[in-house]
Write a protein that binds this ligand. Structure first.
Ligand code: 13P
Length: 251
């Protein structure tokens, strides 16, 4: 079974409205023939603007976070129903920056995944180790435990809808990429775990991305690995030329 490559741009807290419009004006006309699935994840305030511009194109829209509740007294939060209304297709869940700076925990990641799926949003679930964990040799145990906790009480039908992103924290925004072989080792282990805990069929369907200093110069090598199905890109997704170079790696 072949999994369709997915390239997702996580803009984080970058690109204001003008920059979003300029990005799309330059990027969208080139996307018609792309074979990879392409997702952009602008800040909340630009989701409607982006949704309006990408309508009728193959580019999909993702949010960077959401609350798990439908509505209520959660100042500053955005609900899955609100994202669906825009409409968003995807939502990033459990990014390491949210875990690190906003106290996102494995149990809230799990709640958000279930809630996103209830609303027909496809979750991109982030996992990854710190530099200390990498040096201590606890990477594999840590990442597999994050996957296990994220998937608590998730059925195999639900799991088919989920995308994972392995993002080693030490590789994010640092210019240091995990080697393709190191990324493959962890991503391959995630897929094996899914095969063991669920079944081979679902393990072959779930897409697992790599994230952390992905650039046009290293995308081909990463995508050459058997289990790497795409990339979650920060810095190199902010400008249309570099993001297009990433999205067209197969061409
Ligand atoms: P960079 O591509 O800037 O390293 O960011 C990766 C990331 O965190 C994507 O979610």
């Amino acid at each position: 079974m072949s999994r369709r490559p997915l390239i997702a741009g996580n803009w984080k807290m970058n690109n204001n409205k003008r920059e979003t419009l300029d990005f799309l004006a330059s990027f969208l006309p080139k996307t018609e023939k792309l074979t990879a699935e392409v997702v952009i994840c602008p800040p909340f305030t630009n989701l409607y603007t982006a949704a309006d511009k990408i309508k009728g194109t193959a580019v999909k829209l993702g949010a960077q976070n959401m609350h798990w509740e439908e509505e209520g007294a959660f100042t500053g939060e955005v609900s899955p129903g609100m994202l669906k209304e825009i409409p968003c297709d995807y939502v990033i869940i459990g990014h390491s920056e949210r875990r690190q700076y906003f106290a996102e925990m494995d149990d809230t990641v799990n709640k958000k995944i279930k809630s996103a799926l209830r609303y027909g949003l496809l979750p991109i679930v982030c996992v990854g180790e710190s530099l200390v964990q990498r040096e201590e040799g606890t990477t594999m145990a840590w990442v597999l435990s994050q996957v296990e906790k994220a998937l608590k009480d998730i059925t195999s039908e639900q799991l088919e809808q989920i995308v994972f992103a392995y993002e080693p924290i030490w590789a994010i925004g640092t210019g240091k990429t995990a080697s393709a072989a190191d990324a493959q080792e962890v991503i391959g282990a995630i897929r094996k775990k899914i095969a063991k805990d669920y079944n081979q069929d679902v393990a072959e369907k779930v897409r697992i991305l790599y994230g952390g200093s992905v650039k046009p110069e290293n995308i081909k090598e990463l995508m050459g690995e058997a289990d790497i199905d795409g990339a979650l890109v920060g810095g190199a997704s902010l400008k249309p030329d570099s993001f297009y170079a990433l999205c067209s790696f197969q061409h």
